[in-house]
Design a binder for this molecule. Structure first.
Ligand code: ZN
Length: 66
């Protein structure tokens, strides 16, 4: 199942959408609802897992540090 990454030209929101290559459905921006989105290539190569939290709390965040 191909996962593509899109960028909204209206609000510059970047989001991922699972689309089928055969069905060209209209991609809608989940943020502003605009249809003016652009598909980004090479999105499936670098699948970021759990990087939705843009805080950088990778280390020392919620560790039981005593
Ligand atoms: Zn948008």
């Amino acid at each position: 199942m191909p996962l593509f990454e899109f960028t909204c030209k209206a609000c510059h929101e970047t989001f991922e959408e699972i689309t089928s290559s055969t069905s060209r459905k209209t991609i809608t921006c989940p943020k502003c609802g605009s249809h003016d989105v652009q598909k980004l290539v090479s999105a499936t190569v670098m699948t970021r897992k759990g990087s939705s939290l843009t805080g950088g709390g990778s280390c020392g965040g919620s560790g039981g540090f005593s």
